[in-house]
Design a protein. Sequence first.
Length: 203
Amino acid sequence: MAEPALEVHPLTPDRWDDLAVLFDRPGDARGCWCMYWRVRGSEFERLWGRGARAAFEEVVEAGPPPGLLAYRDGHPVGWCAVAPRETYPRVLRSPVIRPVDDQPACWAIVCFYVERGERRGGVAAVLLDAAVELAAGGGAEAVEGYPKDTGGGRRHANELYVGSVSMFRRAGFEEVGRRSPTRPIMRRALSGRGGPAGRAGSR
């Protein structure tokens, strides 16, 4: 029997409980609640755990959707954080991935989280495509990612929460800067008609 297809939806307040199902389990997601990129280091340490959960729930309630949830057969199996780049102070201040130029209306994809049993099953790639669509629909002129360059070697899943270079390349992203051997800045230009520009490669 064929595996049920994935569905992807923006994280709106009515889907908060689904995110909680995905995150509220042992591991980094339970402590981070996708607040790492949104606050300074000292504040993140203070928030870790329950504080981060409460803070991110406020983000979701305030809107717009801060990312996307992937579902298989009605069960939440994956998450991707995508929003206007200025939403993420840590990106703007980072010595490694800070902006390389003043590209206006640039969105950033900063995090993926996939349920353990769904890893290596293409969930992150589907979420990446949907993130590009969400950015385009939100008026972005470009969307960036900051994936891990593994050099062709395998890495623990926790190291790839930012995605892999190969996945971003397949989705049509190109490297526009690199201040670290393992963390390139990759970008995909979007058309001026509210949709993604032509894509290189295939999933």
